[in-house]
Design a protein around this ligand. Structure first.
Ligand code: MN
Length: 566
């Protein structure tokens, strides 16, 4: 399917005029795009992709999503931000939407045989009110791109000259704020999907495109590096049992000599951890003020924490997208949420592309599945790690139901503990296993591992009903008002956290507070400890606890549950 007619690039013989490609569209392209694609189309958001394609000749395939297909041009020298350059763009056959995120190899003997990377992608917007198909027919498109590399205003214009039946266009960038004189696409060779180059993809491809098959079946995952891309290859719902969570022992903590090497580094340097080479920076930078009389906590200690707890934290991170709460200048400065994996992240950081991301939304998330990945995140200033409630097996299905006891200004920690105990009694009565987790700030979460097959609406409704029942027993402590002013300082039982895009801080994640407190799962009996506080454990006191009691929540990983009717 790719580049069946990509004349400049492949010297294909069945070159087509605009008219014949239009006539062919109906049978070269799936008439009914897959469900998710259809939904996106109806919402009017439009994506673009540029694939760097080493076929018989290197070229860049520039593709604009419109009308359920990818309008496509082969650009031999690549699109550029340099406003002085006019790039030849040879119009080629529309491509099926399914090809949009393809990165891998096209086998020899097929049109376009070679390797393909997703060189850039994002959203495109035509001049307001303009219809893409009319603009195509008129031979002139003025549009804005919001990609990772290509940004700003571009023009594609069909030229009168057509040699050997090629439909030629010129592509240029306007003189605007995004223009970059001298910008050369070949100096930006890496995939925005995987961070890899064409050469690296060719050496170890994740996928193959079989253009002899229907578009929905054309992409074949190859064994090896493959990380599931659930939007495309979702596990069958009923026929396969849920992937069991690995036990914590699957992951190894760093060795003593690896930790010694971290301690021995100067302010910055290279650190070898479990076969990965990390470039660490600003290691002695203070990220957290000390608690009381204690010394402040440095970035080196943050990194040390995350790699040391890796066997305990990774079971909650390894198969799900993650949001980072970053404080690169320390927790005394405002932090910010960061979801998109930066394009300069090393290519061994696992990642997940959200095929349903709308315009302007994050579409490439980190997936943290190793101690070196944790070290990289900490070095990047990611203080708090918040994982999705659903896993990559199906991002629409929660694996945890959460109870979030969110204290108000007037709520004491003993009130929080009382509410947690009431929930504990309720769960006990229902025969449901759940465990409290100190948030590390002021509150307590209660985590319940649920079976596959629930929707977020179902877990949210279940937690809502239970929360109403608990709240009714202590109305003086709980407010159901959403706006803060209306709550009169009382706690909120925030069942709305049970939603696909909401995340709660992961067990053993650090929190942005003095002394680097940690969110820690506890046993119900520990609620009786008069010295308990939400921020009781810090990166310094946690190792002793883990050595003594391990992770109480780990046993819930083995027992996904059905939620009883309330
Ligand atoms: Mn091509």
């Amino acid at each position: 399917m790719p580049d069946r007619v990509d004349p400049d690039a492949h010297g294909g013989s069945d070159r087509q005029t605009l008219e014949t490609y239009r006539a062919k569209r109906d049978f070269t392209v799936t008439p009914e795009p897959a469900g998710a694609e259809k939904g996106r189309k109806e919402e009017g958001s439009r994506r673009f992709v540029v694939q760097r394609h080493r076929a018989r000749r290197l070229h860049y395939d520039f593709r604009l999503e419109a009308d359920g297909v990818l309008l496509s041009w082969a650009v031999p020298k690549g699109p550029t931000l340099d406003p002085s350059v006019r790039s030849l763009a040879v119009q080629v056959e529309d491509h099926p939407i399914e090809y949009r995120d393809f990165e891998g190899v096209i086998p020899g003997g097929q049109y376009g045989a070679g390797d393909v990377i997703v060189w850039d992608r994002g959203t495109w917007e035509l001049d307001k009110g303009a219809d893409p198909m009319q603009a195509m027919a008129d031979g002139e498109l003025h549009f804005d791109l919001k990609g990772e590399k290509l940004r700003g205003r571009f023009i594609l214009v069909r030229t009168r000259r057509t040699s050997s039946r090629q439909v030629q266009w010129l592509m240029l960038h306007k003189h605007d704020d995004e223009a970059r004189p001298g910008w050369d696409p070949e100096l930006h060779p890496r995939s925005v999907k995987s961070g890899r180059t064409n050469e690296e993809v060719a050496a170890e491809p994740e996928a193959m495109w079989r253009s002899d098959l229907p578009p929905a079946e054309a992409e074949k995952r190859l064994p090896g590096r493959a990380l599931p891309t659930p939007g495309r290859a979702r596990a069958p719902r009923k026929s396969s049992p849920r992937r069991r969570k690995p036990k914590a022992s699957k992951w190894q903590a760093p060795t003593a000599s690896e930790l010694d090497a971290l301690d021995a580094l100067a302010e910055k340097g290279s650190w070898e951890l479990q076969g990965r080479r990390l470039e660490l920076t600003n290691l002695d930078k203070v990220l957290f003020p000390g608690r009381g009389d204690e010394e402040p906590v440095t970035k080196r200690e943050l990194i040390r924490h995350y790699v040391t707890v890796s066997p305990f934290i990774l079971p909650y991170l390894a198969d799900r997208p993650m949001n980072m709460h970053r404080f690169p200048n320390g927790v005394d400065h405002p932090g910010f949420w960061h979801k998109q994996l930066p394009s300069y992240a090393p290519d061994w950081i696992s990642r997940w592309t959200n095929p349903e991301a709308k315009r302007g939304e994050t579409d490439l998330y980190p997936v943290i599945d190793s101690a070196p990945a944790l070290a990289w995140m900490a070095n990047y200033g990611a203080v708090e790690l918040h994982a999705w409630t659903s896993s990559l097996a199906d991002v629409h299905e929660p694996t945890w139901a959460y109870i979030d006891i969110d204290p108000g200004p007037e709520t004491s920690f003993s009130d929080v503990v009382l509410l947690a105990r009431l929930f504990g009694a309720g769960l006990d009565h229902l025969g449901v296993l759940g465990l409290p987790k100190l948030t590390g700030s002021r509150g307590i979460h209660i985590w319940i591992h649920v079976e596959a097959g629930y929707t977020f609406e179902q877990t949210r409704n279940w937690v809502h009903q239970l929360s109403r029942a608990v709240g009714a027993t202590v109305p003086e402590l709980v407010s159901w008002r959403w706006e803060k002013q209306g709550r009169q300082g009382r706690a909120r039982l925030d069942y709305t956290q049970n939603a696909r895009h909401k995340t709660l801080v992961a067990p053993y994640s650090v929190r942005a507070g003095p002394g680097a407190p940690v969110s820690v799962p506890i046993e119900w009996e520990e609620l009786d400890d008069p010295e308990l506080t939400s921020g009781r454990f810090t990166v310094r006191s946690l190792p002793e606890r883990l050595a003594r009691v391990g992770d109480p929540l780990a046993r819930l990983l083995e027992t996904p549950q059905r939620l009883p009717d309330l």
